[in-house]
Design a protein around this ligand. Structure first.
Ligand code: SF4
Ligand code: SF4
Length: 74
């Protein structure tokens, strides 16, 4: 089964200094490319699963802190 993907794997960067841990990006990501850390006792910035990202940019649009950038998407 072939999936439609960009040739380069997207690379998601979360700026943990700007991120306020609202997790809106985790809630909106359709492919679980952003998840909570397993050991999330301190409320860490989202953990990226780069290979799950389909470049829909929903996370970037919803992030009010402009804490997300993604490389490798057109
Ligand atoms: S939406 Fe932005 S501020 Fe909120 S958790 Fe995601 S990266 Fe952090
Ligand atoms: S661009 Fe879309 S698929 Fe990629 S991490 Fe953001 S919400 Fe998820």
């Amino acid at each position: 089964m072939e999936m439609q993907m960009s040739k380069t794997t997207p690379y998601i960067k979360i700026n943990s200094l700007h991120c306020d841990r609202c997790y809106e990006c985790i809630n909106i990501c359709p492919t679980k490319a952003l998840i909570k850390h397993n050991y999330d006792e301190e409320k860490l910035a989202p953990f990226p699963i780069h290979s799950n990202c389909i470049c829909c940019m929903a996370c970037i649009e919803i992030c009010k802190k402009n804490a997300i950038t993604i490389e490798g998407c057109k």
